[in-house]
Structure formats: C-alpha cells, structure tokens
Design a protein. Sequence first.
Length: 595
Amino acid sequence: MALQFSIFGVVLLISAFIILFLSIYGYKYRSTNLNKYFSLMMFFGFLWCLGSAMDAFSIEPWLKIFWVQIAYIGVATVPPLWFILILCYGGYEKYLKPYIFILLMILPFLIILLAFTYSQHQLLWTNIIPATNDPGSLLIYVHDPFFWTYIVYSFALIIMGIIILLKILSSTSKIYRSQIYFLIFSGLTPIIFSILYTSGSVHIPGLDITPLGITFSGIFIAIAIFKYDFLAIRPIINEVLIKSMENGLLVFDDKDTLIEVNPAAGLIGINEEQLGQNFYHIFRDFSNIISAYKDQKPQSEFYIPDPWNLWIQLQITAIKENRSKLGTMLIIQNVTKRKMVENQLSHSEERFKMLTDLSPDAILVVINEEIVFANKSSYKLFGAKNSKEIIGRNIIDFIHPQYKQICKNRLYQVNVERKSLDFLEEKIISIDNQKKDIEIGDVPITYNNLPAVQMVIRDITERKKLEKSLKKSLEEKDLMMKEIHHRVKNNLMVIQSLLNLQSKYIKDPEVTNIFKESQNRAKSMALIHQRLYQSEDLKRIDFGEYAQALSIDLFNTYVTNKDKINLDVNVESLKLDINTAIPLGLILMKYFLIV
C-alpha cells in the first residue's frame, strides 16, 4: 500500500471521528427536529468517511469492496438528509411529511441495495478492476447509468438546498449571514470534489476524493455550530411570523448581543443597523426596559417620553433548551390606544363613583359573586369602615343563610341570562354581625369590559320594625272595636229583654205594640253590632246576610200562622257601613210591621 494512500486514509479516519463527534453532539441536544436531522446526517457522513478510510487501509480486493459498500450507505443518504436539514433550518418543516421522507429515500435505498448486490446484476458498477498489480492497489469502479442517475439526483437536492439558503440569506439579518455562508459551503464542497472525481480530473486512477469534500463539509458545519451557534439560536425565516408582525421583536443571544430584529421594532427607533450591538448599549436611554431585562420580568408596561410619546407593553421570554439559556426574546407592543381607553374608563368610573356616592341606597357591582365596586352607602349597610373591607369579598358571604340560594339564583339570572330583576326582600348579616332587612334589585351591566351585576340594596330594617308596630296596633284596635260592638249588642239585648218583661204588665194593646216595636228596634240594632264584631271588617257588614237574618227574626216574631205565609227574601250581597245599615234595618222592620 502506497504511503500517500495511507496518509489519505488517516485523514479520512480522523475526519470520520470528528464527524461522529458532531453526530453525538447533535444527538445530545435532540430536543428539536433540526438537531435530530443534523445528528442523523453526521452519522451517515461518518459511515462514508469510515468506509473510504478503511478502503485505503485494506489490501484484499474483497475487503476493499466491502468497505466501499459501507461507504455507499453514507454516499446514498447524506445528500437527501442535508436537503431535509436545510428545509428544517429554513422553516419549511410543514413540507416534511412522512411520504416526503419516503419519496426522498427511495432512490438512496435502491443505490445501497445495488451496491451490496452488485455481483448479481452489475447495475451500479459494470466492472471493478485494480488500478495496478501491486498489493492493496486502488480499485477502479466502472459506473453504470444507475450511478449517474444518483449523481444527478444528489446534485439536484444539494442545489435546491443552496437555493433555499440563498433565499434565506437575502431576507435574514446580517448576524446570521456568516452561519448561512458556512452552510452553503458545506453543500458546495461535496459537489466540487465529486465533479473532480467523476470527471477524471484526479490523475490517480481509482482515487475517489469525494470523501474529502465530506471532510471539508464537516469542518464548515463545525464552524457554524461552535462559532455561529448553528444548533443554538437559528432564524425562523418566515415573513408571516417575523417580518409581518405588528409587534416589535428583538432576539438577544446568551451574551446579550442583538441577533434578530423585525421592522416593527422601529416604533422605539431600533432597526437592523443595531444588529450585533449589546443590549445595554441599545437601551441605554430606556432605564425602565433595562431594569425589566435585568429582573427578567415576564411582562411590564412603560411610558416612553419624547420623541416617541407612547405606552409600550414589554414581554420578556428566556429562550432555553434542556435548561440551558440560549438567549432572550423581547416583544414590544404599542398599547397607547388601550391606555387612553383605560384612562377614559377610569374617568367614567370616577364620575360613576361620584354619582353613586350621592345615593342613599347601597350600590354594588359584582362579577362572578365578587364585589368589585361599592359606594359609600354600602359601607354603612355592611358595617364597614371603608371600601377595602368590602371590595374583593364574595357577596354571598353577607347574605343570611336563609336567602343564600335565592341570591345565587338571582345572580345567575342576571349575569348569565342578562335579566333585570325587580326588588325582592332578603336579609343580610353585616361585618359587625347585625341582621338587617333589605330590598335588593339586580340589573346586568358591563364593567371594565366584563359582564357584571349591579345591585341596588335598600335598608328596610326600620321600616319593617314600624310595619310590625303598626300591625300590632291595628290588631289591638280591632280587638277593642270587637269588644265595643259586643258590649253594645249585649246592652241592646238587655234593653230588649227589659222591654219584653215590662210589656207583660201592660194591658193596653196600643201601648204593647209600642213596646214591641221598641223591642224590635233594639233587636235590629243589636243584630247589626253582632254581625260587625263577628266580621273581619269592623266598619262594614254584608247587608244581604243582615237583611235575611233580620227578616227571619221578624217573621218568627209577628207571623202566627206560618203554614199560610211563606218568607221569600231576595237580596244581593252588599257591603254597607254601620251608619247606613242601621236606618235600613229599621225601615225593613217598619215594613214588616205594616205588612
């Protein structure tokens, strides 16, 4: 084996293990698809270099062919995997469907199969001949059209990948351009070395220098990884996500260097000219932003004075992978309009508070049972000293246990069904443990852009006490009136009885009739008072019932032959007061006497 071939094998063997190290490095941080594809590509690149190196070291032809077959596993798979890697890097992962993988790998798998079965068909190599008669001489592989088909296929994939990288290069920030340059070189070098080999430009028969292209490709990728953070923070080149964002986006690496900025960041005067500058230099005039960045506050709002005169909302997100901080992303949103609306709402709320504080009734605003607003009258009603003792508490906590479910049902009707409810009597228990009777009315409102319930609560404790006192007084008066009517009736009955006793000693019929008429008058008035004290209405009686009862009494008194005379009373129910009923009763009695 010639010395130059041994040196060539050593170089390839060293390259193989460097590439293997890169594969292991990518596998270690395989949290993203980019790392997975990179690790896989590097592993097959390792097989390519290893097979080529062992081919250079081998002496027996069959062993040299075996190691070339091993190398062809990498030869067939590295180009499509490099293309897949570039698609992932450029943000085209949506195209990496399972069927795309299968389509990309059909020809590589066929080439590998043809390489391991060449002796049976000779479709990949039509002939394999030694370059010289010396032991360990290089082998010359006479290529079949299948080989050239795959060369065109792999070149096409690499060229398409380079076109994607050039497109990325034209639209990305300059901080990524060095990284992209090295990725382009990693695709170009295998093509260049492959062209030199296939075109016969190498004057050593049988020497395939393409693996050297893989070696240089691995070197370029290593530079992209370790110097330009290829596998750490990469650009998401998607105009929809970054370039067209309405909010300003800035990305800083772990050394606080600006590596990405979109056009919207110009709202505070930051643009691509500041790429590569340190965070603290860029924001030296923004002390609030520097403070939030140091404290890593997830979200903050600041007013930026002249010349911008705007409110911004700053969101700070740490970019991490496997607990390692790779950088920081800042999103800056212009919230000036929202702040103006909030100020207007705040002024409206102040006016609302001033108006409600003039109300003698308690006015509350409740969101999901939580009290978010209370006027001054509410403090007195709930026994509080200030709003802090009420706001933030659950309104149900103040409701008497007897009315808790009723209150919950009303809140549901107002808050969910958006119904206005009339005043209803309930009870509350104040902070100082006083039970109070209230009237409460609920209406749906919108408070701070949220559905809410406005409660108007009126303290009716004193009114309820007064009503109770009046009711008791009326009951006493009713009892007294019944007693009066009962006594008047009894006195009239006594008079009737006296007249009846006295009439027995009178012989003159005319005088007897006078006594009997007086007796009936007393009986008529007594009957009215009897009806009154037995009635629920002490001022009015049902004259229909009274007339019927009086007629029956008079009929029994004056009609001696009841078989010949029938009493038929046809009167309607009519309510009359005592002053009207007594004269009408006397008229009715007089009518009986005349008849």
